[in-house]
Structures are given as structure tokens and as C-alpha cells.
Design a protein around this ligand. Structure first.
Ligand code: SAH
Length: 245
């Protein structure tokens, strides 16, 4: 049997947003290595698998990436069906391609299964279309959190006319605000801050570029959250309106 690892996206939180392909992979898993933003409710699809939590939050010591790499290789070579389960999509700020490269270099077949990324789910669950004819001709997914010294071209982003979706931005609101203002974005550009997207405890806070940091503070915004910055963030949440009507 060929050694194989599935890199599977678990989606943003709502277990019903798993793809059928993800469910099939979980069904046949012997070992599931799970990140901490994954909703453990999805594990109902793999009741017989051994579950290993390798995430970085929840007060646990983080599992070094190199160790995760070695474990995947070891178990796959033993002929076990390994599913590496990641929040959202494995290749959107998820190190999916790094893990795939490592596995490939060690002769292990990899199959990547898309998941719905948090930015898409968060916007949709708030009634925000990330692209909108005549308003936003594109969408840019960015993270303000970098491990190296590389920095984004904020001026280009500020003037791109695309909706910006920021991941891992909660601790960087001041920096994001200053960089976009300096880059020429207007101070009253609408912003939506979306916490726990797609989960029952989802919360959203609307503000604008100038006031988003204060708004986040008043709202006690916590991670995981995404920021949607752009004209489309002024769209009302019709889903909520319909529910409360
Ligand atoms: N691969 C993931 C992103 C991992 S980076 C994906 O495609 O969604 C982790 C960041 O994703 C968090 O800091 C947060 O910005 C965002 N995130 C993940 N789940 C989220 C959720 N349910 N609600 C809001 N943001 C979320």
C-alpha cells in the first residue's frame, strides 16, 4: 500500500460546512492530527481513528512543526491512513503547502482537500458579498502576522479597490489602521470585524477604518476573528434582519 497523507480543510467552524470529500477522508482515517481551530464536532466522522491534537492554543505547549512533519511521515510509512485536519482551507495561511512539500520529499503521496476558508464564511454569514458588481472587483486575503520581516505593500492594498480580508489581525489593528491610512485609504472606509465565524457564538461589529481599533476594544473582540475592509462591509446583514423580523 502506498504511503499517503490527506491534508484536509475542516472549514471555519460549522461542522456542516465540511466537504463530502473531507468526510470520506475522515471515514477512512486511522490517525487524525488536528489543529486547534478545528471544531471537534467533525470528529463524529472518524469514531475509530486515533486523534492527536497538535494545535498551538488552549494553553497547551505548541507542537513544533518539525515534529508534526516527522509524525506524519512515520505513520504514513507504517501504512496507516493519516488525515491532517486543519481549520478553514489547508492552503490559506495554513502551512498546507509546506507540509505537502515535506511529505513529497519523503516519497509520501499527498492529497489536499479544500475547506471553506474563514474569510469567505465570515463575510457570507454577515451578509457581506466579498465581490460586488460596481463596488468591489476583487478580494485580497492577507495576514498582518508575519514570522519574518517581510512587509506588505500597504499603499498598493489601500488603493487596490478590492475588498481586504485580514487574517490573524486582532493584535495588529493599530498597525493595519495606520498603514492603510498612510497608504491613502479613506478614514471612513467600512470595516466589519467578525469573530467565531459560522459558529453559534459568532459576533460581528461594524465600524470604519479610523474607528475600528476603538470599536474592537469596546466590543472586546477576541481571536479567532477576521476583518473585512472595503465598501462591501457597509452591506447590511439581511440574514440577521430576516431572523429577527
Ligand atoms: N486556514 C485557515 C486560516 C488559519 S490562520 C482558514 O482558511 O480559515 C488563523 C486565522 O484564521 C485566525 O487568526 C483568524 O483570523 C482566522 N479564523 C479562523 N477561523 C475563524 C473563525 N471561525 N472566525 C473568524 N476568523 C477565523
Amino acid at each position: 500500500m502506498n504511503a499517503k497523507v490527506w491534508l484536509v480543510g475542516a472549514g471555519p467552524g460549522d461542522p456542516d460546512l465540511l466537504t463530502l470529500k473531507a468526510v470520506k477522508a475522515l471515514h477512512q482515517a486511522d490517525i487524525v492530527m488536528i489543529d486547534d481551530l478545528v471544531n471537534t464536532a467533525v470528529l463524529e466522522h472518524c469514531p475509530h481513528a486515533r486523534i492527536m491534537h497538535v494545535g498551538k492554543r488552549g494553553g497547551c505547549r505548541s507542537t513544533p512543526q518539525a515534529f508534526i512533519h516527522r509524525l506524519m511521515v512515520r505513520y504514513a510509512r507504517q501504512g496507516q491512513c493519516v488525515v491532517r485536519l486543519k481549520g478553514g482551507d489547508p492552503c490559506i495561511f495554513g502551512r498546507g503547502s509546506e507540509e505537502a512539500d515535506w511529505l513529497g520529499q519523503h516519497g509520501i503521496e499527498v492529497e489536499i482537500v479544500n475547506g471553506i476558508t474563514a474569510g469567505l464564511a465570515g463575510a457570507t454569514h454577515c451578509g457581506i458579498p466579498l465581490t460586488l458588481r460596481g463596488v468591489a472587483r476583487g478580494v485580497t486575503l492577507i495576514t498582518a502576522h508575519t514570522q519574518d520581516d517581510s512587509s506588505l505593500n500597504w499603499q498598493a492594498l489601500a488603493q487596490s479597490g478590492t475588498t481586504l480580508v485580514v487574517y490573524m489581525g486582532v493584535a495588529k489593528l493599530a498597525e493595519i489602521r495606520e498603514s492603510l491610512l498612510a497608504g491613502g485609504m479613506r478614514a471612513d472606509m467600512p470595516v466589519a470585524l467578525i469573530e467565531n465565524a459560522s459558529l453559534p457564538q459568532q459576533r460581528e461589529c461594524r465600524s470604519n477604518l479610523a474607528s475600528m481599533q476603538q470599536a474592537a476594544q469596546d466590543f472586546r473582540l477576541k481571536s479567532p476573528a477576521i476583518l473585512v475592509i472595503g465598501e462591501v462591509a457597509a452591506q447590511p446583514n439581511l440574514q440577521l434582519a430576516a431572523i429577527s423580523a
